[in-house]
Design a binder for this molecule. Structure first.
Ligand code: PMP
Length: 398
């Protein structure tokens, strides 16, 4: 039966990773795959996670299923992390959270529920957006349209163009927004811009759908949740897909959550029952280990303090690398203004060079990045930044 299938091209990022592994150039740099890396290029297990794993190991008495929503305690702790302690919508029972297999599992669950609630819903996504948004939402059968977002000329959000498109989006449709640290462009919304979007959502009745994959990687845990909390104060309904992959470094454990704020607790009960049924039909129960670790950390003041410190270290490292790359490019006489790299936020920015220049970086300099020129800032280090800046300066002259 499978002979009729057509082979599909490999995922470009995974292909890039394989090429990087095979490259014997000692100067090679991997700016492709979107995982955090330390100065040595490693993605270590956080200390808070290691300690929580020991505690959890000693406490765990059974491997019995945890049920479609996962652990109630973990979900409550994640709600507080996302919405802030004691948010009125949470206290009113309007926010319901389920544990999901990573942020991807959350986005896919949300898409399935949207499809069930409104089969003709369109999800509006930013241009550009994270590539996997398209299959995660589209494979559930949802229509997807784009709104203008990043202006490659100014290296900023083209907010007037964005609002001009969103002004025609109405009730029944959704607008997907990156909570912080936009992937791939690194340009985030200002507080005033969040305010304008919240007002428009309220006025037009569309449902905000927030993808929060990098909480704590931008300005801080609370600062990064500004947009979510403002929306939760303003609109009747919203969806938040959150991931614990980056901020807890739990990537392969597949820890994430889907939090939906409903207009009433009666709607919330209906929504939850539908989600449970969808989950049963897809993977039955979420994986436990990652969220059990998150629950152990967030439930312990000591482990939370350790985690906050480690998260701050990751955030500060990214920020300092942004400043350093901009400085080195200036020092080495790069043509053009690269201050946007320092101004932008999170793990990613577009270098803003063309495809030929990207290919030259890959083939002539062993610096691996995707065709769009998106770079993972965490792949830069004090040891490689000079070589990176010199190579960029060289390809800019081509
Ligand atoms: N959304 C965005 C924007 C992401 O970059 C990622 C991870 N690359 C995710 C969601 C999902 O992450 P995961 O499924 O690994 O938790």
């Amino acid at each position: 039966m499978f002979e009729g299938l057509t082979a599909l091209p490999a995922d470009p990022i995974l292909g890039l990773s394989a090429a990087y592994q095979a490259d014997t150039n000692p100067k090679k740099i991997d700016l492709g795959v979107g995982v955090y890396k330390d100065e040595q290029g490693n993605t270590p297990v956080l200390k808070a996670v290691k300690q929580a794993e020991v505690e959890y190991h000693n406490r765990e008495t059974s491997k019995v299923y945890i049920g479609p929503p996962g652990s109630a305690a973990a979900n409550e702790l994640l709600q507080a992390l996302i919405f802030g302690a004691d948010h009125a919508a949470v206290s009113a029972g309007r926010v319901r959270t389920i544990q999901t297999p990573g942020g991807c599992g959350s986005l896919r669950n949300a898409a399935e529920l949207i499809k069930k609630a409104n089969p003709s819903a369109t999800v509006w996504v930013s241009d550009p957006t994270w590539a996997n948004h398209i299959p995660l939402l589209g494979n559930a059968g949802l229509a997807i349209k784009t709104y203008p977002y990043y202006d490659h000329a100014t290296k900023r959000v083209n907010f007037s163009a964005m609002m001009d498109t969103l002004k025609d989006v109405t009730k029944g449709d959704l607008v997907l927004l990156h909570g912080c640290c936009h992937n791939p462009c690194g340009a985030d919304l200002s507080q005033d811009q969040w305010q304008a979007i919240a007002e428009l959502a309220l006025q037009n009745g569309f449902t905000p759908f927030i993808d929060m994959a990098y909480q704590g990687f931008g300005e801080g845990l609370d600062q990064d949740a500004y947009g979510i909390r403002l929306l939760a104060d303003t609109v009747p309904e919203m969806i938040v897909s959150s991931s614990c992959s980056k901020n807890f470094g739990l990537y392969r454990e597949r820890a994430g959550a889907l939090s939906i704020m409903y207009a009433s607790s009666a709607d919330a009960d209906k929504g939850q029952s539908n989600l449970f049924s969808l989950v049963r039909g897809m993977y039955s129960m979420p994986p436990n280990h990652g969220s059990a670790i998150v629950e152990t950390i967030l439930g312990s003041p000591n482990l939370t303090a350790t985690w906050h410190k480690e998260l701050a270290e990751m955030r500060e490292r990214i920020k300092s690398l942004r400043a350093l790359l901009n400085q080195k490019l200036q020092e080495k006489g790069a043509e053009g203004d690269f201050s946007f790299i320092e101004r932008q936020s999170g793990m990613f920015s577009f270098l803003g060079i063309n495809k030929e220049q990207v290919h030259s970086l890959v083939h002539d300099y062993s610096i691996y990045l995707v065709d769009s020129s998106r770079i993972n800032i965490a792949g830069i280090s004090l040891a490689n930044v000079d070589y990176l800046a010199e190579s960029i300066v060289a390809v800019l002259k081509k």
